[in-house]
Design a protein around this ligand. Structure first.
Ligand SMILES: [Zn+2]
Length: 161
């Protein structure tokens, strides 16, 4: 059965190639702060489907199912779509909501706030690439009183400090 074995190896390699291609995002950079404007088709090509769904289609992960809601490590949170600096772990707090929550964005170029189409909630998006991240509410802890309720799926955590 050498032919079958060869075919199996070939399929295995092909699967690996396709899987790694999905993680190949040439726009991701933790140092480049230039604004990103890409077509929807381009985003679809470079983002993992679950990231694309939240970042570009304003989806929401189910509570307690995404990464980082229970992460207590010190470090920095970046935009999963573009690498923009978003939040520091020092401003993360236990909200009990099942979504990673922060009381403050990392810097003035981190996030953009807009009013949701529903007219009630304030949407939080990445200031560099426009990715939808979550919402901000006024029931957070001191010193800001804000609660940035984020989808962990669109965050990229780097431990450190
Ligand atoms: Zn971004």
């Amino acid at each position: 059965m050498p032919l079958l074995r060869l075919l199996t190896v070939f399929l295995f390699l092909l699967t690996g190639f396709v899987a790694s291609a999905q993680h190949n995002n040439p726009y991701y950079s933790r140092t480049d702060t230039k604004k990103l404007k890409l077509s929807d088709a381009e985003w679809k090509k470079v983002l993992d489907p679950n990231v694309y769904y939240i970042a570009r289609q304003e989806g929401t992960e189910r509570a307690f199912t995404g990464p980082y809601h229970d992460n207590h490590q010190a470090g920095t949170y970046y935009c999963k779509a573009c690498g923009n600096l978003l939040f520091q772990s020092s401003t993360k707090f236990e909200s009990g909501t099942g979504w990673p929550s922060f009381y403050q964005a990392a810097g003035s170029n981190s996030v953009k706030l807009t009013t949701d189409p529903d007219g009630y909630r304030t949407e939080v998006s990445c200031a560099r690439c426009g990715a939808h991240l979550g919402h901000v509410f006024d029931d957070g802890p001191k010193p800001t009183g804000k609660r940035y309720c984020m989808n962990g799926t669109v965050l990229d955590f780097v431990a450190g400090k």
